[in-house]
Design a protein around this ligand. Structure first.
Ligand code: PLP
Length: 440
């Protein structure tokens, strides 16, 4: 049997790391195609201008966001998360691994993003806003120079109620799209994969979102959502596998991070390299952020993706160079992981092709390790994350052991992608799980 033109034996011969990936071992992969920024820039036109455009759109909507989500009022309606140093966690990681981590270790706390408590509040909410703006402007109801708080008026809710939005999701994208769409007045349907946590579905139903449950994995949920959406001209499908809009929404994070680093007096340059570890599912979130970081920091930023050992879809896409032509099942993996946000078997081809050369590398983490880190993050730093959000945390140890040679001036940032909406009982059970695996 062949996979994308080669037998499995031919694949493992060409890329021995595939053997370890197939055995669901933890791997660290340095990207042989990692290129200098000027060589890596694609010629299909994605650029800083797109990031600036998304940033400006979020600013236009900020007064509206501040009004409809009061928790964002203090930040003027800008949806952003803190950047924190995590010294106790760093010390524990060093002791546990017997590896010194040169430089400081920080956490980008997207679990604290307002409205939906995960990284999806960046891309997902942005895509709903852009769609609403496009519709309202095309019908002559809105101009970019208007005060967008007028969007709270009943005439806009009436207008948007004539349109619908559909998305396929493992959970968090559904939450972001669902909450934002429902707030504006859109009808919204979320197609959920079998991995989706029960509490995420319940929360959406409470918000008036139609939830369709699928017995299959994420790719099937997306496919079904896309198919149903195509039949309705007034429906907008948020395409997690291909959306440039989502991608640019995520990329704005890089501009915000640059400001936060400056505010904290942290330099990024040749002597002070930045290492960023991004949990990866289909790739849109980490891909958009990595793209933004490379635009902002160029060769001084090194981005790594982190995936579960049972669902390393982007890694397989990058190693083989076949992107969305291969799935983890083709290589005998089951795509079963408690890191629901990362439970994706086939990567975004768009992201793999656009961001591939910009990535320094990629690594995988076992579920058991995610739980151990979840518990330690709660005990040592009092930060509560969902399993997916821990995947980037071992990155600094992996890089310290690699040929990247981080100096004592390096800054490592693990991107904590979610956890802000996890119910108390689910969180306690997860913390217990990590404690039990600690004792084994
Ligand atoms: C969705 C998600 C990711 C990964 O984003 P992708 O765009 O799917 O790659 C990481 N962490 C959490 C918590 C998520 O919900």
């Amino acid at each position: 049997m062949e996979v994308a033109g080669k037998t499995i034996d031919e694949w493992t011969e060409a890329h021995p790391v595939i053997k370890e990936i197939m055995a669901a071992e933890e791997v660290f992969w340095e990207n042989p195609d990692y290129a200098q920024m000027n060589e890596a820039i694609s010629n299909n036109g994605l650029s800083m201008a797109d990031i600036r455009d998304a940033e400006a759109r979020l600013k236009r909507f900020a007064p509206y966001i501040a009004k409809v989500f009061p928790e964002t009022e203090a930040a003027g309606g800008i949806i952003e998360s803190p950047l924190k140093e995590i010294p106790a966690m760093k010390e524990w990681l060093e002791q546990e691994s017997g590896t010194e981590i040169p430089g400081r270790l920080m956490l980008k706390c997207d679990n604290q993003l307002p409205i939906s408590g995960s990284v999806k509040a960046r891309g997902g909410i942005y895509e709903v806003l852009k769609h609403a703006e496009d519709l309202a402007i095309s019908k002559g109801l809105l101009k970019e120079t208007d005060d967008y708080t007028s969007l709270t008026e009943p005439r806009f809710r009436d207008f948007f109620s004539g349109y619908s939005i559909t998305v396929g999701s493992t959970g968090n994208l559904g939450l972001s799209i669902g909450i934002m769409s429902a707030k504006m007045g859109f009808r919204v349907t979320v197609h959920m994969s079998a991995d989706a946590k029960e509490w995420k579905k319940n929360l959406l139903r409470e918000k008036g979102v139609q939830v369709v449950e699928h017995p299959d994995d994420y790719s099937k949920a997306v496919e079904e959502g896309r198919r149903q959406s195509e039949a309705d001209p007034n429906d907008h499908f948020v395409d997690d596998e291909n959306s440039r809009t989502l991608f640019f929404g995520y990329s704005v994070a890089a501009l915000r991070l640059k400001d936060q680093l400056e505010e904290q007096g942290i330099q990024v340059d040749a002597e002070h390299p930045l290492f960023v570890y991004l949990p990866c599912g289909v790739g849109g979130g980490p891909g958009g952020i990595a793209f933004g970081l490379k635009q902002v920091f160029g060769d001084h930023a090194h981005c790594f993706f982190a995936e579960p050992t049972h669902a390393p879809c982007m890694l397989l896409g990058l190693v083989t160079g076949k992107h969305d032509e291969v799935s983890v099942r083709d290589f005998g993996l089951d795509n079963k992981t408690d890191a629901d946000g990362l439970a994706v078997g086939r990567p975004s081809g768009f992201v793999g092709r656009e961001v591939g050369k910009l990535l320094a590398g990629s690594f995988t983490v076992r579920d058991e390790e995610l739980y151990r880190l979840l518990t330690k993050m709660s005990e040592l730093e009092n930060i509560r994350l969902e399993p997916s959000a821990l995947a980037g945390v071992p990155g600094a140890v992996r890089v310290a052991r690699s040929g990247f040679n981080p100096t004592p001036e390096a800054v490592h940032i693990a991107w904590a992608t979610g956890g802000g909406m996890v119910p108390e009982d689910v969180m306690s059970a997860d913390i217990r799980k990590g404690r039990e695996s600690q004792m084994r």
